[in-house]
Design a protein around this ligand. Structure first.
Ligand code: PHE
Length: 390
């Protein structure tokens, strides 16, 4: 006999439970008889028709008739029933289209979605009513973003990108860059050495590169002059970590070699690059320095882009430039002829070519650019921090 909705006389939880169970069982039975579109339409209308469908009747006979104090409880039930009816009506349609789909019951442990997905897999169709699979879109890490922006500045000047290994040999990290074995200049590099290398000749021993400069030699071995390259990469030094040091950090290196390259080319190129990167109002300043692989060598400063070079922010002292109005950005210099000697056979005769090189810390520039006060934040992977660049 077909199910009919009866009035409720008892609004207790147990009575409601019994009445809903009866309804769900009728719903399941009727859903199982749907075999084609015609059946389905009848089924749908019987349960969902606005005029006199089961849902409408429940609304009138159960909810509207309920005494005030039972309304809340009955309302919750009716909502649940409504969801189930809608689900069963939708499923019944999929089922006569894809016959393998088992009939679900309101109490089924097996998720309807899984069943449906299985059925769809078998039938080879796509159910556009399923919610989509959300793929969260990542964002560039602030250090990567800074690196890419700086690299692009040089690419626009005609530089190509070169890269090299992070685990490097003593030869490329030191010897060919004019740090002779046992030279005290090596001490400045706080090198992390790979263990167990003693049996090898010194130049073959492995270490974590302390700078991106080894890629200068590696590239000159492969490519003849003229050469213009920009080298982004990860480097390591045995520095204890604090707000401005990390044992792993990032550099952006540059090398230009051609006939008649002068210190004027170095200054002009870097001044232009800094104006591109930080804004056209920054000034650059070069101060003498020392690196084994450049001669002469310099440190380049840019006028503080935070305080505009005044050393003050309103009445407060400017912290990033330590009130000097200048921020040290990179090391640079003219390629030392001794370095060219190591690649002389590939066209780098120091009597014929000259060049300049520079290297800067990407993390440091990112800290300054984004006003971050602790380098550790870049490497802790906290999405609340990183999301700010999304
Ligand atoms: N390699 C140097 C460093 O890490 C930077 C540098 C690169 C200096 C190229 C001069 C030329 O300190």
């Amino acid at each position: 006999m077909a199910y009919t909705i009866s009035k409720l006389t008892d609004y207790s939880a147990a009575a409601l439970e019994r009445a809903s169970a009866e309804l769900f069982s009728a719903l399941g039975d009727e859903a199982s008889t749907v075999k084609n579109e015609g059946d389905w339409k009848i089924f749908r209308d019987r349960w969902m028709a606005r005029k006199n469908g089961v849902l409408t009747q429940i609304n009138d006979l159960w909810l509207k008739a309920a005494p005030k104090e039972a309304k809340r409880e009955v309302g919750l039930r009716v909502n649940l029933i409504k969801e189930q009816v809608e689900q069963q009506v939708a499923d019944a349609k999929v089922r006569y289209q894809i016959p393998e789909l088992p009939i679900s019951s309101a109490t089924s442990e097996i998720s309807e979605t899984n069943l449906r997905r299985d059925a769809i897999g078998k039938a080879g169709i796509i159910d556009i009513t399923l919610p989509g699979i959300r793929r969260p879109i990542g964002a560039e890490h602030p250090v990567v973003k800074t690196t890419n922006e700086m690299v692009r500045v040089f690419q626009r000047l005609g530089y190509s990108v070169a890269e090299g290994p992070v685990v490097e040999t003593d030869y490329y990290n030191f010897e060919s860059l004019n740090f002779p074995p046992n030279h005290p200049a090596r001490d400045t590099q706080d090198t992390l050495f790979i263990a167990g290398q003693q049996a090898k000749p010194q130049r073959e021993r492995l270490l974590l590169r302390t700078h991106t400069s080894p890629v200068q030699i590696r590239t000159m071995e492969k490519m003849r002059p003229p050469l213009r390259i920009v080298i982004p990469g990860t480097v390591h030094r045995n520095d204890p970590l604090d707000a401005s040091h990390s044992p792993m950090f990032h550099q952006i290196e540059g090398l230009a070699v051609d006939t008649n390259i002068t210190f004027g080319d170095l200054k002009g190129t870097l001044d232009h690059a800094m104006k591109e990167f930080f804004g056209s109002s920054v000034k650059t300043s070069f101060r003498p320095s020392f690196f084994p692989f450049t001669e002469p060598s310099a440190e380049m400063f840019v006028s503080c882009f935070i305080c505009g070079g005044s050393g003050r922010r309103g009445t407060d002292p400017c912290r990033p430039c330590k009130q000097t109005g200048w921020i040290e950005i990179l090391g640079c210099g003219m390629v030392d002829p001794n370095v060219f000697e190591f690649v002389k056979d590939n066209g780098y005769d120091p009597r014929k070519v000259s060049g300049f090189a520079f290297g800067m810390g990407a993390d440091r520039i990112a800290l300054l650019k984004y006003g971050v006060d602790d380098i550790q934040l870049f490497f802790q992977g906290d999405v609340r921090f990183l999301r700010q660049w999304a």
